[in-house]
Ligand binder design. Structure first.
Ligand SMILES: Cc1cc2nc3c(=O)[nH]c(=O)nc-3n(C[C@H](O)[C@H](O)[C@H](O)COP(=O)(O)OP(=O)(O)OC[C@H]3O[C@@H](n4cnc5c(N)ncnc54)[C@H](O)[C@@H]3O)c2cc1C
Length: 386
C-alpha cells in the first residue's frame, strides 16, 4: 500500500501548512490566552473550503474525502489544536451525519452553509451521566401527533462548536421509544440554534483547546418539526457509532499533527538553546529523545492514513481507526511531555507553542472515545467478548 500523497493532496497539504504558519501561528496564542473563539481564522478556513473538504461539490463541498480532511487536520494541529478541533467537529460531527444520513431536503437545507463555514454544526451525544456508555442516553424525544413535532427534554455536556455566534444546528441523540426487548430506541434529531427551550450554557473553563467552543446544552420541551429526524427512527445508535468510527480517523490525524508539531518545535529549540557551551541538541540524550518523537509521529501518520485509505476504498476500517486513534493520542501525550522537557522552564510558559501542545494533548486520550474504549473496540474486533 502506497501512503505517499497524490500531487493534489500534496498541494492541499502545502496550502494548509502555509495557512497554519502564516495566519494561525501569529494570532492563535492571544485567542488561546483570552479563551476566545477565533472567528476571523475560522472565517478564513471557510473561505479556503476546508469545511467542505470531504463533501460533494453539488452541496458546495470540495469533492474530497477523509484522506483530504486528515491531511488538513494534521497540518493545522501541527501549529494549533483549537482550530483543528473546530474543523474536525464541524466536519466529522456537525456536517457528516447530515451528509451520510440526511434526506435530500436536509442536505440542501444545511450542507451548503456548513461546507462554506458560514455556519457550524455540532453533535450532542455525551450527557452529564455518561459518555462512553452512549447507549445509556437519558434525553428523550416524543412525537406530538397533534403538531407533528418532536418534543425534546434532557441535557448534553462537553459539546464542541455548540455555542458560537455561527453555530447553526446541533444534532442530538434521544430516546424515542422502547424496543420489544425493553431496551431504549435511540434516534438522532436536528435542533436548529435558537429553538425555544434549547439553552446553551457559558463556555467551560478547560485545561486545553482554549480557543475552541465547548458547552453544556439543555432542552426543556424543545419542539422541532418531525422532519428534523435524521435517518430512520431508532437508528440513531448505529448512526453515531458509524460517525464515531470515522471521527476517530480525524482525531488520529489531529493527534499526529500535534505530535509532529512537538518535533518541529523541539528541533528548532535544540539548535538554538545553549547549555554548557554548546547547543542542547548536540547531546545524544536530546537527539535520541527527538528521534523517538519523530519515529512515533511517523508511525501515527501511517496508522491514520491506513485507516483513512480503507474508509475511502469502502473497506472495513473499524479496527484500524481504533488502533490509529489509540496510538496517535498516546504518542501525542508522550511527545508533548518530551517537547516540554526539552524546552526546560520555557516549556512551562504559555508563550511557547509546546506549552499549548502539552495542555491540548491530554483530551486526545478522552474525546471521541477514551483510550479504554478504543481497547474495547480492538479487543472486540479480535473476537474477544466480555
Ligand atoms: C473538550 C471536549 C470536547 C468534547 N466534544 C464532544 C462533542 O462534540 N460531542 C459529544 O457528544 N461529546 C463530546 N465530548 C465528550 C467526550 O466524547 C467524552 O468525555 C468521552 O467520550 C468520555 O465520556 P465521559 O466523559 O462521560 O467519561 P466516562 O464514560 O464516565 O468514563 C470515565 C472513565 O471510565 C473509563 N471507562 C468507562 N467505561 C469503561 C469500561 N467498560 N472499561 C474500562 N474503562 C471504562 C473511561 O475510559 C474513562 O477513563 C467532549 C469532551 C471534551 C472534554
Amino acid at each position: 500500500m502506497d501512503h505517499r500523497l497524490s500531487p493534489e493532496l500534496e498541494e492541499l497539504r502545502r496550502t494548509v501548512a502555509e495557512f497554519a504558519h502564516d495566519v494561525v501561528a501569529p494570532k492563535i496564542g492571544d485567542f488561546y490566552e483570552r479563551h476566545e473563539f477565533p472567528y476571523e481564522i475560522v472565517r478564513e478556513m471557510g473561505r479556503m473550503g476546508l469545511f467542505g473538504l470531504p463533501f460533494p461539490e453539488e452541496y458546495g463541498g470540495m469533492g474530497g474525502d477523509y484522506l483530504a480532511l486528515g491531511i488538513a487536520l494534521e497540518e493545522l494541529a501541527r501549529v494549533d489544536s483549537s482550530v483543528a478541533i473546530t474543523l474536525e467537529a464541524g466536519v466529522s460531527l456537525g456536517a457528516m451525519p447530515i451528509h451520510l444520513f440526511g434526506t435530500q431536503e436536509q442536505k440542501q437545507q444545511w450542507l451548503p452553509r456548513l461546507c462554506s463555514g458560514e455556519i457550524l454544526g455540532a453533535f450532542g451525544l455525551t450527557e452529564p451521566d455518561g459518555g462512553s456508555d452512549a447507549g445509556a442516553t437519558r434525553t428523550t424525544a416524543r412525537l406530538d401527533p397533534e403538531t407533528d413535532e418532536w418534543v425534546i427534554n434532557g441535557s448534553k455536556c462537553f459539546i464542541t462548536n455548540s455555542g458560537t455566534d455561527i453555530t447553526g444546528l446541533v444534532t442530538v441523540t434521544a430516546v424515542t421509544g422502547r424496543k420489544p426487548d425493553g431496551r431504549p430506541q435511540i434516534s438522532a434529531i436536528i435542533v436548529p440554534s435558537g429553538t425555544p427551550g434549547f439553552t446553551v450554557a457559558a463556555p467551560y473553563s478547560k485545561v486545553g483547546w482554549n480557543a475552541s467552543d465547548t458547552r453544556e446544552l439543555s432542552f426543556a420541551d424543545v419542539r422541532v418539526p418531525a422532519a428534523n429526524l435524521l435517518g430512520e427512527e431508532g437508528r440513531g445508535y448505529a448512526q453515531f457509532l458509524r460517525i464515531l468510527d470515522e471521527g476517530r480517523i480525524a482525531i488520529a490525524a489531529l493527534a499526529t499533527g500535534l505530535a509532529q508539531g512537538c518535533v518541529d518545535e523541539s528541533v528548532k529549540y535544540a539548535k538554538e538553546r545553549h547549555a554548557f557551551g554548546r547547543p542542547i541538541g548536540a547531546n545524544q540524550a536530546i537527539q535520541f529523545k527527538i528521534a523517538d518523537m519523530e519515529m512515533k509521529a511517523h508511525t501515527a501518520r501511517l496508522a491514520w492514513r491506513d485507516a483513512a485509505s480503507r474508509l475511502v476504498a469502502g473497506e472495513p476500517f473499524k479496527k484500524e481507526a481504533a488502533l490509529a486513534k489509540l496510538y496517535s493520542s498516546t504518542i501525542a501525550v508522550d511527545n508533548a511531555r518530551d517537547a516540554t522537557q526539552i524546552h526546560g522552564g520555557y516549556g512551562f510558559m504559555n508563550e511557547y507553542p509546546v506549552a499549548r501542545m502539552w495542555r491540548d494533548s491530554k483530551i486526545l486520550e478522552i474525546g471521541e472515545g477514551t483510550s479504554e474504549v478504543q481497547r474495547m473496540l480492538i479487543a472486540r474486533e479480535l473476537g474477544l467478548v466480555g
